[in-house]
Design a binder for this molecule. Sequence first.
Ligand SMILES: NC(=O)c1ccc[n+]([C@@H]2O[C@H](COP(=O)([O-])OP(=O)(O)OC[C@H]3O[C@@H](n4cnc5c(N)ncnc54)[C@H](OP(=O)(O)O)[C@@H]3O)[C@@H](O)[C@H]2O)c1
Length: 395
Amino acid sequence: MSKVLIVGAGGVGGVVAHKCAMNPEIFTEILLASRTVSRCEKIQAEIRELHGREIKVAALDAMDVPATVKLLKEYQPALLINVALPYQDLVLMDACLEAGVPYLDTANYEPPDEAKFEYSWQWAYQDRFKEAGLMALLGSGFDPGVTNVYCAYAQQELFDEIHTVDILDCNGGDHGHAFATNFNPEINIREITQKGKYWEKGEWVEIEPMSQSMMFDFPGVGPRKAYLLYHEELESLCQNIKGLERIRFWMTFGDEYITHLRVLQNVGMTGIEPIEFQGQQIVPIQFLKALLPDPSSLAENYTGKTSIGCLIEGVKDGKPKKVFIYNICDHAECYKEVRAQAVSYTTGVPAVTGAIMMLTGQWKGAGVFNMEQFDAKPFLAEVSKQGLPFEVREL
Ligand SMILES: NC(=O)c1ccc[n+]([C@@H]2O[C@H](COP(=O)([O-])OP(=O)(O)OC[C@H]3O[C@@H](n4cnc5c(N)ncnc54)[C@H](OP(=O)(O)O)[C@@H]3O)[C@@H](O)[C@H]2O)c1
């Protein structure tokens, strides 16, 4: 019997609410709270129609810690699932500590005025969560999230030594728009336009944005060009995968997407500093977000597949070994099941799986944890059951 509070009613929040509703034996009561309550009500109506279940909704500005604490104390959930934006991570962790509620999220904290993400801010909560006897699970999406668990699984089951990891993320789908982002545009563009970075032999190596690429044949999609980006899971995996020599992250982008992004950057539309416009302060990237399609609106006509996985090289029984562990997810199938596209689905399903691990006590502890710190097997069994099965291809 577990009550859960979901914060954030965007593309990912919708999937989380649907999937919780589809698991009534675990999530006995669901409250979806977000800044704009009408978005919660839309998801509430879909869940009623598709799964015949009632969920509760509430208006909440998560930046208002006393308001969140009040809601938590009144509702008394067994877990808060944060699928709002990375800007809300710390305030929601503060509220959880004050109300004595465990915490889970899918993306690490980012300060609004600096395009920079790293775990230091959230790892700094370690002692407070430990002392409160509460668990915080960080990055329970696909990447970070499932990719961390694939690495943990490789370490536990497939290799004696892991030398290199390349995380490869491909969206081979088509939404029919000239330019759109698959999740929150502001967060997405900030991630892509910052310098690329990877970890090798104990050092971080920085490169110019999108300046390194490679072709990779993605199962279910085919050959695509992937660009080296910095991604947050590198920061924890380089500490938790023993003997690792190098870890990198790659994401595919089509030429059309890159051209649009370059133009937007060149004219200053991706800037995060406010500018004066007709007597008002506006942040260019926030204005751009208002012009772009809402990521959740892409779902209805999306076709094609995502293919995301970890290419891992190392040694097993004295012999070199190379595997690709991956999932393929179909946009149109996701829409049929939960009215979402595959990028939201591949984030929301692992968030619900992480929640199941915590609520059933299969993953437990006091403090702040990354996904690879727990036993990979129960998570992979559950995430497969929930809609994201995995394959291991020996190369
Ligand atoms: N790990 C992964 O694999 C992965 C992949 C994709 C995305 N993500 C993460 O998933 C999260 C959600 O992404 P998304 O695509 O669903 O974004 P989205 O569609 O923009 O949804 C975000 C939602 O959060 C709400 N929100 C924003 N500020 C809030 C506040 N102060 N209080 C309460 N609610 C607030 C928004 O409310 P409004 O409706 O009022 O704007 C919106 O409904 C992001 O943190 C993203 O970085 C992780």
